[in-house]
Design a protein around this ligand. Sequence first.
Ligand code: NAD
Length: 332
Amino acid sequence: MKVAFFSAKQYDINAFDAANDGGIDFTHLHPSLDLRTCVLAEGHDAICVFVNDTLDAATLEEIQKLNIKYIALRSAGTNNVDLKKANELGLKVVSVPAYSPEAVAEFAVGLMLTVIRKYHKAYARVRDSNFTLTGLEGFNLQGRTVGLIGTGKIGMCVGRILAKGFQSKVIAYDIKRDEKAAAEAGVEYVDDLDTVLKNSEIISLHAPLLDSTKHIINADALRKMRDGAVLINTSRGGLIDTKALVEALKSGKLRAVALDVYEGEEAYFYQDSSDKVIHDDLLSRLMSFHNVFISGHQAFLTHEALAGIAETTIKNLLQLHAGEECPNEVKA
Ligand code: NAD
C-alpha cells in the first residue's frame, strides 16, 4: 500500500518508522496538503494528513481524481475535513480518536501554571541576569475553581489532575455527561455553560470544533466571565472569537490567556517564519500582550502520543487496505 504522508516532520517520520513493519510504503512530503499540493499524492492509494492540512471540497475532488481511496488523519479532531463531501466522493476517512489524552491534559495544566506563576517571564528575566521578583506574583491552584468546557478524554483527564493533584474545585459543562468518570475524577457537572463562565477563576476548553462550538467563547461569553479570569485553549482555535478575545484583553477583563491553538494557525504553525513579517494582525496583537502565552499546537507532542498516533494510523490503513471494517472510520 502506497501512502502519501503530508506535513511530514522528522518526529512523525521517526514514530512511523518505528511502528511500520514494512506493510506500508510511505512517501514523506514536507508540504501541507491543499488544492495546490494535492497533485503530490498521484500514484498513491491513500493520503495521511495532520491538523493543518486542508481537505475542503475542492481538494477532495482533486484527490478523488487521482484515484486516492483512503484518507488517514493523524489526529483526533476532524474539523479540517469536509466529511460530507468525502462521503459523497466515496473517500474513506479514518482518524485517531484517542492517543494519550494525558499528553494534552498535562500540557494544558502546564499552561495554567505558566501563565499563573509566570514561568515564561521568570525564564526571560533570569536569562538577562535579572533575579527580581516584582511582577511575578501568582496564585495557588489549590482551592481555586477551574471550569472545564468539554469532559471527554482530555477534559476529564485535566479535571482529574487538578482535583486529585492540586485539590482545585473543578466544575464542568458538557452536552453529554459521564457521571461515573466525573465522580472518579472529582469533577462536578453544572447545568449550563453560563455557570462555568460565571464561577470559574480558570477556564479550560476541551470541546471539539463543530458548528455548535465555533466561537463558544465570544464577546458575550467573555463578558460573563469573572473579572481576572484565566483562559486556556488546547482544543481548537475556532472555539474562540479572537477579535472578541483581543478586546477583552485590552479592557483588562482577563488576567491571563494561554493558547496552544489559534483560529488562523494554518498560515503559521509548524513553520519557521522568524525571517518573515507576520501578516495576521490578530495573531500579532495577541503575541504583543504581556499576559498571553502562545505555543504552536504542541500539546500532543510527547513520545507516547506520537507512538500511539503512528500505531493506530498504520492499523487503520492496513484494515482499510484489507477491506476490513475499521472502527476508527469517521463519517459526516
Ligand atoms: P472527546 O471527543 O473525547 O471529548 C470532547 C467532549 O466535548 C465530549 O465529551 C463532548 O460531549 C463535548 N462537547 C461537544 N460539544 C460540546 C459543547 N457544545 N459544549 C460542551 N462540551 C461539548 O475529545 P478529546 O479527545 O477530549 O479531545 C478534545 C479536543 O482536543 C479535540 O476535539 C481536539 O480538537 C483537541 N486536541 C488538541 C490537541 C493539541 O495538540 N492541542 C491534541 C488532541 C486533541
